[in-house]
Design a protein around this ligand. Structure first.
Ligand code: G3H
Ligand code: 13P
Ligand code: NA
Ligand code: ZN
Length: 319
């Protein structure tokens, strides 16, 4: 059944687990996520970005997720709009049936320029008023997602989510979940070496939880960038430079400090790209024209990855 983010994360907090929130833009991803959830009995969060809308179209995206809900009636599913840039885009998502939206007011509507605290509060509170009247949940964000690694250490504190601001933000907006900045960034190029506590500041979550013990935290940019998949991609014609993501063990540490939603997009891209490259390169498949086999290879690889995350984050067994 379709449920709101708040319903799911309140339950997750009671039971001390987190739910991976996978970005989706096609049917094979949706099916991989659901097959994995069914296999290990996990609730599901699927989220659509602006890029996903551009690729699939909002209508297809919505119906793909609704198909999942219909096919798996026993699995709770949250349909979430990722990084909406304006209140009106949130309104559109609510109108079309999403059960949760992220109003990203940490940036202006251009999604590039850092916004003031006052702007962020204003747009986020507008969305909360609208969404809560419809039974829809809201995720807000405070702080600046992005590569701590590349900046001087003096700048770190300005990028990380400030505890005082976070307290004030939650109080003034009444959001259901708070995305925090702790050194991660979107995409495959997060860290040039396996991250230390200097660049991936899990400790900040501990401080935040002390101040906001009842707030659900969201980690963005939480792909682990599996070295196995990186190797496979490069073995079969890819050219991805050395790079590291957020280790699963660090996410598990974050879950102890109130992380309840863990955003993952890049890892599914890597698994599907790697599986497709490998499948096509296999001489035994050279004469095959049935492209479904290619998609099937991608779907299987993504399913295995999803299942690992459900297990590691503790959502398995909680559908
Ligand atoms: O917000 C982060 C997601 O990875 C979005 O990626 O806009 O390419 O779909 P996308
Ligand atoms: P990754 O690029 O690490 O998968 O992060 C995705 C994300 O945060 C979507 O909002
Ligand atoms: Na943001
Ligand atoms: Zn994100």
């Amino acid at each position: 059944a379709l449920i709101s983010l708040r319903q799911l994360l309140d339950y997750a907090a009671e039971h001390n687990f987190a739910v991976p929130a996978f970005n989706v833009s096609n049917m094979e991803q949706v099916q991989a996520i659901m097959q994995a959830a069914a296999a290990c009995d996990s609730p599901v969060i699927m989220q659509g970005s602006a890029g996903a809308n551009k690729y699939a179209g909002e209508i297809f995206l919505r119906h793909l997720i609704q198909a999942a809900v219909e096919q798996y009636p026993h699995i709770p599913v949250v349909m979430h709009r990722d990084h909406a840039p304006t209140p009106s885009i949130c309104a559109q998502a609510i109108q079309s049936g999403f059960s949760s939206v992220m109003m990203d007011g940490s940036l202006l509507a251009d999604m590039k320029t850092p916004a003031s605290f006052e702007y962020n509060v204003r747009v986020t509170r507008t969305v909360v008023n609208m969404a809560h009247a419809c039974g829809v949940s809201v995720e807000g964000e405070i702080g600046c997602l992005g590569a701590l690694e590349t900046l001087a250490s003096a700048d770190h504190s300005q990028l990380l989510t400030d505890p005082d601001e976070a307290v004030e933000f939650v109080k003034q907006t009444q959001i259901d979940a708070l995305a925090v900045a702790i050194g991660t960034s979107h995409g495959a190029y997060k860290f040039s070496k396996p991250p230390t506590g200097e660049v991936l500041v899990i400790n900040r979550l501990k401080t935040l939880q002390q101040r906001l013990p009842n707030t659900h935290f969201v980690m963005h940019g939480s792909s682990s960038v599996p070295q196995e998949w990186l190797k496979i991609i490069n073995e079969y014609g890819g050219d991805i430079p050395e790079t590291y993501g957020v280790p699963v063990a660090e996410i598990v540490a974050g879950i102890k400090y109130g992380v309840r939603k863990v955003n993952i997009d890049t890892d599914l891209r890597m698994a599907s790209t790697g599986a497709i490259r490998r499948y096509i390169a296999e001489p035994a498949n050279a004469a095959d024209l049935d492209a479904r086999k290619i998609y099937q290879a991608a779907r299987d690889a993504m399913q295995a990855l999803c299942q690992e995350r459900y297990q590691a984050f503790g959502s398995a067994g909680h559908a």
